[in-house]
Design a binder for this molecule. Structure first.
Ligand SMILES: NC(=O)c1ccc[n+]([C@@H]2O[C@H](COP(=O)([O-])OP(=O)(O)OC[C@H]3O[C@@H](n4cnc5c(N)ncnc54)[C@H](OP(=O)(O)O)[C@@H]3O)[C@@H](O)[C@H]2O)c1
Length: 304
């Protein structure tokens, strides 16, 4: 199948490109960087160098690729979760979602593509007391969730295209923050990643290889719509963080009160740790015949 992969060099783009090529797909992968373009070509794909905010370049690239499926995996997140850098990163990622997704959708339709698959995130639903949310739960009303909602609406409204939104859970595994050599592992080893407040916020995790697997299956499985791509064992911070520390051979995490964490790291960090609902993956499991590993098993593989 001819596939246009926007963002072939990121945490998911890299392993996704390798898997698509290994399965015999004919892939055009994008990057802004010439050196990374060489790496894309080395994988056996065709590289296209473009900035996604350059609408004319996007259109030309998609038309030239004549893809059957366009996959959008563009984010602008830092290599380490520095609270000081996160505000700007989330803002830029929100811009990518609002501004570039519609351009890729228009170009895909013009190129005669059948389907568009777009990266979204699961951890943006509004807490309402339920521990786990499915895809129909209302979204938060902050800037990040606003951009997610606008992007997903554009995908759902894409006339003449099968629009598929993949709401990934928190990535862990090689090339992510949560790898043995990743930025969070280092913070946990140094006991600089504490339990916060009640530590009852629930994270829904996905090994990046399982996210790749769901994405490849979504090329030709599943009706248009929105899917949570995460495991089905949402974990409170009180569960996953001490387990990650144990696997890394670190001492148990410290504990800080929510008010102090809010001052030091900001409200989003406190929300994830204390009030975030988990996500249900039943829709993706059924539609993609997909079975991700539970986080305890994946963490043991990745962090021990
Ligand atoms: N669901 C999740 O938990 C989730 C989702 C995404 C990322 N993350 C985490 O965030 C960290 C960084 O993510 P990442 O490695 O994927 O890096 P990233 O900096 O977010 O880049 C992702 C992709 O977007 C491309 N890109 C960004 N801005 C672009 C633009 N203006 N025009 C064209 N392409 C653009 C990048 O290409 P070039 O830079 O090569 O141009 C790259 O291929 C990782 O730890 C990752 O796990 C987590």
């Amino acid at each position: 199948m001819r596939v246009l992969l926007a963002g072939a060099t990121g945490a998911i783009g890299r392993p996704l490109l390798a898997r698509l090529v290994a399965e015999g797909h004919d892939v055009v992968g994008t990057t802004r960087d010439l050196a990374r373009a060489t790496a894309i070509e080395r994988e056996g794909a065709t590289a296209a160098v473009l900035d996604a905010f350059d609408a004319a370049a996007v259109r030309d690239t998609v038309l030239a690729a004549r893809p059957e499926v366009v996959i959008h995996q563009l984010t602008a997140l830092p290599a380490a979760p520095d609270p000081k850098a996160m505000g700007a990163a989330v803002q830029q990622t929100s811009r990518l979602r609002r501004k570039t997704v519609p351009v890729f959708l228009d170009a895909a339709r013009e190129a005669g593509a059948r389907r568009a698959i777009v990266q979204s995130i699961a951890f943006v639903t509004r807490p309402d007391g339920r521990p786990v949310h499915d895809e129909d739960a209302p979204l938060e009303d902050d800037m990040a969730a606003g951009a997610v909602g606008a992007m997903e609406a554009a995908v759902r409204a894409a006339d003449g295209l099968e629009g598929v939104v993949l709401r990934y859970g928190f990535f862990y595994g090689p090339g992510t923050w949560y790898a043995r050599d990743g930025a969070v592992a280092e913070l946990i080893r140094r006991r600089r990643y504490p339990l916060i407040g009640s530590a009852q916020g629930r994270s829904s995790w996905v090994h990046v290889d399982d996210a790749v697997d769901a994405t490849v299956r979504a090329l030709d499985h599943g009706a248009p719509g929105v899917y949570n791509v995460c495991d089905d064992a949402p974990a409170t911070q009180a569960e996953w963080l001490p387990e990650a520390a144990r696997l890394l051979g670190a001492r148990p995490p410290r504990h800080v009160p929510a008010w102090l964490a809010r001052r030091l790291a900001g409200p989003v960090v406190v929300h994830y740790a204390t009030t975030l609902p988990g996500s249900a993956n039943g829709r993706a499991r059924a539609a993609f015949s997909w079975s991700p590993r539970p986080w305890r098993e994946g963490f043991a593989e990745v962090l021990r």
